[in-house]
Ligand binder design. Structure first.
Ligand SMILES: C[S@@+](CC[C@H](N)C(=O)[O-])C[C@H]1O[C@@H](n2cnc3c(N)ncnc32)[C@H](O)[C@@H]1O
Length: 359
């Protein structure tokens, strides 16, 4: 029904496309909100609308053959994703904004790269999870699906307008396990979200991997000053996640940037300050579920780099993303790793005391 309408508007030339979409050759990703619609039921609904599902064996398919299938999707075909079973892929420029499933909150239009961050964190149903930079809530609602709405998912954002969008998304998608908090993540302590086991850190970044990013004017200036303040914020947020929540066992750090400064270098900087004894680390970047079915990994200049993943627009047909999965490998019983700011504050106090004692 909807496909027929779409074909009509295409024929009549009334299909409206934003200018960036003209340049964007990615397929259309549709995530099923499994809180309100089962994956099988969604498949059936699309088939009833005359979409033809491309079938393949998800277990035996290799990634390159799968990508070939995606690039050769006919105008009326869709395919289930190889990795994320609740994600369907439709041809480029397929319009879903007027689709009843989209309006009703049963499907979400979310790029595969963005879905991978929550999928790799994979909080278990019933667990306590924290989404530290949550707005507008794409990954929050996905995390709620993975948790089957069981347990507690704290979703935090510091910007009021974005926080309000987050609340609307959470409500629209029936994510009842989510507790939203409008606050600066740096003020967030274990007492605000007791027992947190999983944390997603998806901070503000340059967006250099985003296909639809507007062309940045004065790129030189952007690189020098903005990049530096971004990496400082990203490191601080990741360090906060690793040091302030004693029960955390897994953290996913993700950005939609392809800059090593915002990715591997942030992870390296934070791990070095948190793992004070490198031979007996507290946190480690670990292999992820995509190990054998992925092409791009982090830089080999870092011992753990190949355990991270990059999504590349030209190859993976997604936005460009970086994702690192960090596990606690031993408890921080000595509480050695203190927040850098705290250390700075202590140094400052000592200097002040010394100065006063000399007077
Ligand atoms: C890349 S966006 C997050 C996208 C979101 N995870 C999603 O998938 O929809 C980064 C978010 O971090 C928030 N943010 C930046 N600094 C923050 C801080 N100190 N505390 C809380 N949120 C922060 C920004 O307001 C922004 O909404």
């Amino acid at each position: 029904m909807f496909l027929a309408e779409l074909k009509e508007s295409e024929k009549a030339g009334t299909l409206k496309l934003d200018s960036y979409k003209e340049r964007d050759s990615r397929p259309r990703y549709v995530r099923v909100n499994t809180l309100s619609l089962k994956v099988r039921a969604a498949m059936k609904m699309f088939s009833n609308e005359d979409w033809k599902q491309v079938c393949y064996d998800r277990k035996s398919e290799d990634y390159s053959s799968f990508l070939n299938r995606v690039t050769s999707l006919a105008r009326d075909e869709f395919i289930q994703d190889l990795h994320i079973k609740e994600l369907f892929i439709f041809p480029n420029k397929t319009e879903f904004y007027r689709h009843p499933l989209y309006i009703g909150g049963s499907i979400i239009l979310q790029d595969k790269a963005s879905c991978l961050a929550s999928w790799l964190l994979k909080p278990s149903p019933g667990s306590i999870t924290l989404d530290m930079c949550a707005a507008p809530g794409m990954k929050t609602t996905h995390l709620a699906c993975l948790m089957k709405n069981k347990g507690t998912l704290y979703a935090v954002d510091s910007v009021r307008g974005r926080y309000e969008t987050l609340c609307k998304q959470v409500e629209k998608h029936g994510a009842t396990c989510v507790k939203t908090l409008c606050m600066d993540a740096f003020q967030l302590e274990a007492k605000h979200c007791p027992g947190v086991e999983y944390i997603l850190v998806d901070p503000t970044c340059s967006g250099s991997g985003a296909v639809e990013q507007p062309i940045v004017k004065n790129r030189e200036k952007f690189n020098a000053s903005r990049l530096q303040s971004l990496t400082r914020l990203q490191s601080k947020l990741l360090r906060h996640a690793l040091t302030r929540f004693p029960d955390v066992k897994r953290i996913v750090y993700s950005t939609c940037s392809l800059n090593i400064e915002e990715n591997e270098m942030v992870v390296e900087d934070v791990l070095a300050s948190v793992n004070t004894d490198a031979s007996d680390p507290i946190f480690e970047v670990v292999d992820n579920k995509l190990k054998c079915k992925w092409i791009h990994h982090g830089s080999e200049d870092f011992e753990w780099g190949p355990r991270c993943i990059y999504t590349k627009p030209d190859i993976d047909l997604t936005n460009g993303f970086f994702i690192a999965v960090i596990d606690r490998v031993r408890s921080d019983e000595k509480n050695i790793s203190r927040n850098e700011d705290e250390k700075e504050e202590q140094k400052h106090k000592k200097r002040k005391q010394l100065k006063e004692s000399k007077i």
